[in-house]
Design a protein around this ligand. Structure first.
Ligand code: FAD
Length: 412
């Protein structure tokens, strides 16, 4: 499909594609064949290769060591890296690091950028975003956040309990969301803090076990459960404005949702390619499987839906470069998460036993795509936002109860 991406976007994506074909995919095939995982040292070697080709951290401004692409221009490159199980990691465009870098870049002071953004981009430190809380706290409804940060002199004291903090197990710094004004509405009384993990009171309880695994890379990542027990940070640890945590998180998530869409579209495209190649080669019931109408129609639907998803993501990325594009991003995320889930499921089915086996990347893609309908806002949460917009609802000051419905329908 021709999407009329900018010249720059197409040029960088062509170089990323060459990097994937020449360096990354051959190593991935070997790891799948031998089932020996790729070490962290090797990932650092890939970073050096990416730097030599001016492909390292394409989403980060040049002054911080990246390639300075905006959302529209990074899009086709992110689709390319999504095609490999460790493509995003190989050029340091992987979640959650990429989203955390973006957040510090948007809101950090010069000192914070010096301390965290530079080493984060270079891969010298690791970060994690710590918002979701266990059962009685903030999840789909982040207004339920229970973690607090209380001012004590020129320090903040953080108390709370989080889980699902991706990459939190080995992180050096955590971006922690906490209520800083309990009298204000959570949207106005919540802030984000940069919390080094070696501070007293930062207690990593465990990695939460989950669907899917380490993939083919031998790096302890996982999703941490963390208790913050009287953690003291200086005033300078506040990221962005006091009380501006929700607005900042929204900006982080908007971009993060789209970059996820880009990578998962790449995975879906590769899964389809592998399936089509298999169906064309595989003979059964007097012909190739690719001649069976039942499968042909499903592949046709998948191609159509993936094209629609990629088009929606392009539209939302264009809007996001100039606004928060909340509804466009919600629609693109909801649609892409479902389309890529359906396609990975179809790919597994078309490949028969090879879809379940781990000689091919498809089984790994299948495991990794299911959470996408839950993380970064579950399907239902995005439908809720889209419906609120569709009905033009007007809410009370808690943004919960509908006060009036704007309607063109004249019932009198
Ligand atoms: C792999 C993975 C990585 C993650 N990484 C991070 C991270 O780095 N940092 C972080 O802070 N969090 C992270 N999370 C947490 C994630 O953001 C939450 O799991 C998600 O927001 C849902 O919250 P919850 O688990 O509390 O589910 P709940 O809020 O309990 O919701 C459960 C289900 O209820 C349904 N539902 C919710 N609201 C509505 C509604 N209004 N109407 C109808 N149905 C509804 C949805 O289907 C939802 O899945 C991660 C989660 C996973 C699985």
């Amino acid at each position: 499909m021709e999407y009329h991406d900018s010249e720059k976007a197409v040029e960088v994506a062509a170089r990323v594609e060459a990097f994937m074909e020449e360096e990354v995919l051959p190593r991935e095939r070997e790891a799948l064949r031998t089932q020996e995982r790729i070490s962290e040292d090797e990932i650092h070697e890939f970073w050096e290769l990416a730097k030599e080709r001016d492909l390292f951290a394409p989403q980060v401004p040049e002054e911080y060591g990246g390639q300075g692409l905006n959302f529209q221009d990074m899009l086709p490159s992110f689709e390319q890296v999504g095609r490999s199980l460790f493509g995003a990691l190989s050029i340091r465009a992987n979640a959650p690091q990429e989203g955390n870098m973006h957040t510090i870049e948007m809101a950090g002071t010069d000192e914070q950028k010096e301390e965290y953004l530079h080493p984060l981009v270079q891969g010298d430190i690791r970060s994690a975003f710590s918002m979701t809380e266990p059962l009685d706290g903030g999840g789909s409804d982040p207004k339920m956040l229970k973690t607090t940060a209380r001012k004590d002199g020129d320090e903040w004291v953080i108390n709370g309990h989080k889980w699902w903090t991706s990459d939190g197990y080995n992180a050096d710094v955590l971006l922690v969301m906490a209520r800083t004004d309990l009298d204000a509405h959570p949207y106005e009384g919540t802030s984000i803090f940069l919390v080094p993990t070696d501070l007293d009171g930062v207690n990593v309880v465990r990695n939460v076990g989950h669907l899917g695994g380490h993939g083919i890379v031998d790096i302890e990542r996982g999703h941490a459960e963390i208790k913050y027990e009287g953690v003291r940070v200086p005033e300078e640890a506040l990221l962005g404005e006091e009380g501006g945590g929700f607005r900042l998180a929204q900006l982080r998530l908007g971009g993060g949702r789209l970059t996820h869409c880009m990578r998962y579209s790449g995975m879906a495209e590769r899964s389809l390619e592998i399936s089509k190649a298999y169906l064309q080669d595989r003979h059964a019931f007097d012909g190739t499987l690719s001649e069976k109408q039942a499968l042909r129609h499903r592949i046709a639907n998948a191609e159509t839906q993936l094209h629609a998803a990629r088009t929606m993501v392009r539209h939302a990325a264009r809007e996001l470069d100039d606004s928060d594009a909340r509804i466009e991003v919600a629609m693109a995320k909801l649609f892409t998460a479902n389309v890529t889930n359906d396609i990975m499921d179809l790919a597994v089915q078309c490949l028969g036993g090879n879809g379940i086996g781990k000689d091919l990347p498809v089984a790994y893609f299948y495991e990794s795509v299911r959470p996408f309908r839950i993380v970064d806002g579950a399907d239902e949460v995005h439908r809720r936002s889209i419906a609120r917009h569709a009905f033009d609802d007007v809410y009370d000051e808690d943004m919960e109860n509908v006060l009036t419905f704007d309607s063109d329908l004249d019932m009198t």
